[in-house]
Write a protein that binds this ligand. Structure first.
Ligand code: BG6
Length: 455
C-alpha cells in the first residue's frame, strides 16, 4: 500500500530524532494506526539501513509503542550532506504521497539546507518542519522567513513549538471560549495580572553547545512562553482553523511591548551557582563543561510584557522560566481583581480570585473567597479543581500529527516568529549593554532573593 506521507528526517542520527521525534511517531502510529507513513532518515553519518532501523525500533520500544514499528519497518537511511543541492535533489526525488521534510539539525544547518533548496524544484505540497530557535534575532528570523518563502507557501511551513502541542495550552481555549463565566471577564477591567512560568529542575544536561549561546530568555520566553501568552490573550477566533487562530495569536504579539517600553526595568536575569536539586548535586552553571562563563548566559529569566489593546492595556503579563529550580512547574496564573465592595459584616481578606492552569500534570484550579465553615461571616479561601486530562498524544505527537496532516494550526507562523524576536531583542540589547545585572541563585532555590514571589 502506498503511503500518504513520506516523513524524511534530515539529521536522523541525532539526539532529537531518537529522543523526541521517533517516540512521538511511535505514539501517533499506535493511536492512529490508519496512518500510512513512509519513514526515511538522512544524515552525514555513515549509517546503513540496518543501523537506522535498529535506532527506530529502539526508540519505538522506549516509548512503549514497539508494535507500531511494523508500520515503518521498511524504513531506509541515506547518507547525505543536506546542504549540498545534489544530495538534496536525490533525497527529494524519492517519496510516496506528500513529502514532509523534518530538519532535526542545528539552526545554522537548517538555514544552509533551506538556501540549498532554493535552487531545486520542490514537490508540490511539500511540508517543511523547522526546529527552534528560528533565527537568533528579528533580522535573522526575517531573512530565514524570506528564504523559506521561496520554497513553499507559508501554510506548509511548520516552525515547531512543542508548547503549542501541549494539551493544557489547548485546554485554555475551551475554558476561555466555552464558558460564559470566563469569556466576559477575560479583560483588563476584571483581570489584574497574568503570570506564565515554566520552572525546570534540570540543569544544563550537557547542552552547552546550544544553550550557552541561547540562554533562558531566547530558549524559553521567546520560543515558547510568548506563544502561550498569545493564546491566553487572543481575541476569540471565529474558528480553530489555522488562519483564524494564527491571525488572532499574531495580533497579540504585534500589540505586545515590554512593560513601560523599558527593557532594563521590565526584565531580570540570573545564573545558578552550585547547589542541590532534590537529591541531585549540580555544579555552578559557569563550571559546566562547554560553558564560557564570560558570555554571562542566564539560566533564569523574567520579562514583564503589556499587550497594548483595549482588552489588555495595563495588565502585566509576567513571563518567567529557568533551570535548576526546586521542581518542574509550568503554570498560567490569572489573578482577577478584587470586587469593588465586600458587604460590611463579612470579615477577612477578599483577594482577587485566581485561575491556575498547570502545564503537566494538566490541571486547573479556581481559587475563590467563600464563607467560612466555623464562622459564616468570615471569608476563607476555597479551591475548585479539575484534572484536564493529558490528551492522548504527547506534545511532540500533536506537533507531528499536524505535520503529517499539513495542518499548521499548532506551528508558529513566520510573522509571529519575527514578532517574538521583536519583543525580546531590546531586552537582549539592554543585557548586553550591562543595564541589567546578572544575578545569582543557588541551584535548587527558587531564584535570587528579591525577585517578586509568584502567585
Ligand atoms: C525546549 C528547551 O524547547 O523546551 C529546553 O530547549 C527545555 O531547554 C524544554 O528544557 C522544556 O520543555 P519540556 O516539554 O521538555 O518540559
Amino acid at each position: 500500500m502506498s503511503a500518504e506521507t513520506t516523513l524524511l528526517i534530515l539529521g536522523a542520527t541525532g539526539d532529537l530524532t531518537s529522543r523526541l521525534l521517533l517516540p512521538a511517531l511511535a505514539q501517533l502510529l499506535t493511536l492512529e494506526p490508519h496512518r500510512r507513513v513512509r519513514l526515511r532518515g538522512a544524515g552525514r553519518e555513515d549509517w546503513d539501513d540496518a543501523r537506522w532501523r535498529e535506532t527506530v525500533r529502539r526508540s519505538f520500544e522506549a516509548g512503549g509503542n514497539g508494535t507500531a514499528f511494523e508500520a515503518v519497518a521498511d524504513t531506509t537511511y541515506e547518507r547525505a550532506d543536506i546542504t549540498d543541492p545534489a544530495d538534496l535533489r536525490r533525497l527529494l526525488a524519492d517519496h510516496d504521497g506528500r513529502l514532509a521534510l523534518y530538519f532535526a539539525v542545528p539552526p545554522a544547518v537548517a538555514k544552509a539546507a533551506c538556501e540549498a533548496l532554493v535552487t531545486l524544484e520542490i514537490p508540490a505540497g511539500t511540508v517543511l518542519a523547522l526546529e527552534k530557535p528560528f533565527g537568533i534575532d528579528q533580522a535573522t528570523a526575517r531573512e530565514l522567513n524570506a528564504t523559506v518563502a521561496r520554497l513553499v507557501p507559508e501554510e506548509q511551513v511548520f516552525r515547531i513549538d512543542h508548547f503549542l502541542g501541549r494539551s493544557t495550552t489547548l485546554n485554555l481555549l475551551g475554558v476561555r471560549f466555552a464558558n460564559r463565566v470566563f469569556a466576559p471577564v477575560w479583560r483588563a477591567q476584571d483581570i489584574e495580572s497574568v503570570v506564565i512560568r515554566y520552572d525546570e529542575s534540570l540543569g544544563l544536561e550537557g547542552r552547552a553547545g546550544y544553550y550557552d549561546k541561547a540562554g533562558a530568555l531566547a530558549d524559553m520566553i521567546q520560543s515558547h512562553l510568548l506563544q502561550v501568552m498569545a493564546i491566553v490573550a487572543m481575541e476569540p477566533p471565529a474558528t480553530l482553523h489555522e488562519r483564524d487562530f494564527r491571525d488572532a495569536t499574531s495580533a497579540v504579539l504585534r500589540a505586545t511591548r515590554v512593560w513601560g517600553d523599558d527593557p532594563a526595568r521590565a526584565s531580570r536575569r540570573a545564573r545558578y551557582t552550585a547547589g542541590t536539586v532534590g537529591e541531585r548535586a549540580l555544579p555552578a552553571y559557569a563550571d559546566e563543561e562547554g560553558v564560557d562563563p564570560t558570555r554571562d548566559t542566564e539560566t533564569l529569566a523574567e520579562l514583564v510584557c503589556e499587550v497594548v489593546t483595549d482588552r489588555w492595556a495595563g495588565v502585566p503579563f509576567r513571563l518567567r522560566s529557568g533551570k535548576a529550580l526546586p521542581e518542574k512547574k509550568g503554570e498560567v496564573v490569572v489573578t482577577f481583581r478584587r470586587v469593588n465592595h465586600v458587604p460590611d459584616g463579612l470579615t477577612g481578606p477578599a483577594p482577587g480570585s485566581v485561575l491556575r492552569f498547570s502545564l503537566g500534570p494538566d490541571h486547573m484550579d479556581l481559587e475563590l473567597n467563600v464563607n467560612g465553615g466555623d464562622d459564616p461571616f468570615e471569608l476563607e479561601r476555597a479551591t475548585i479543581g479539575a484534572d484536564l486530562g493529558e490528551g492522548a498524544l504527547k506534545a511532540y505527537g500533536e506537533v507531528l500529527s499536524g505535520i503529517l496532516d499539513a495542518d499548521a494550526i499548532l506551528s508558529v507562523r513566520g510573522d509571529a516568529a519575527e514578532e517574538s524576536w521583536r519583543i525580546v531583542d531590546p531586552v537582549l540589547a539592554a543585557w548586553r549593554a550591562g543595564e541589567v545585572p546578572l544575578e545569582e541563585y543557588a541551584a535548587g532555590s527558587l531564584g535570587p532573593d528579591g525577585w517578586p514571589a509568584l502567585p
